[in-house]
Design a protein. Structure first.
Length: 131
């Protein structure tokens, strides 16, 4: 079975030793993804952060041959329950037609104190193409 990976350019990928996403067969797992822009900036708005996180995740999924329709599980980690509605609304906008299994957890903190949310997803790609 072929194993492929996607990288996003995060400085943590090499220092910690992980890939943004890994595909084995039809299964794609996208790592915990933070709301960082290429210049290192982080928007303070939790909804904007959630959108950025999903943008990075879905780009990695696409790179490995998947699409949003293939997503079967999502996880959202928020540092404050006060941000749950804003973060959840973004999830609802993106995944309304997909309806993956999903979890949202309030955590004590994330790696960078600017981050209000971190997300991850799992997908099963129905069109295996060249993978």
């Amino acid at each position: 079975m072929t194993r492929s990976s996607a990288r996003s350019g995060s400085p943590f990928e090499s220092s910690i030793g992980f890939s943004r996403a890994v595909r084995t067969g039809s299964t794609v797992a996208v790592s915990g993804t933070a709301p960082v822009w290429p210049d290192g900036e982080v928007d303070p708005d939790p909804a904007a952060q959630a959108r950025r996180c999903w943008e990075i995740c879905l780009a990695a999924l696409s790179e490995l041959g998947g699409s949003i329709a293939d997503v079967v599980r999502t996880r959202q980690y928020v540092v404050s329950a006060d941000d749950a509605d804003a973060v959840g609304a973004v999830h609802g906008e993106l995944f309304d037609d997909v309806r993956p299994a999903s979890t949202m957890v309030v955590v004590a903190g994330l790696l960078d104190p600017r981050w209000k949310v971190e997300v991850e997803l799992d997908a099963v790609v129905t069109d295996t193409g060249d993978f």
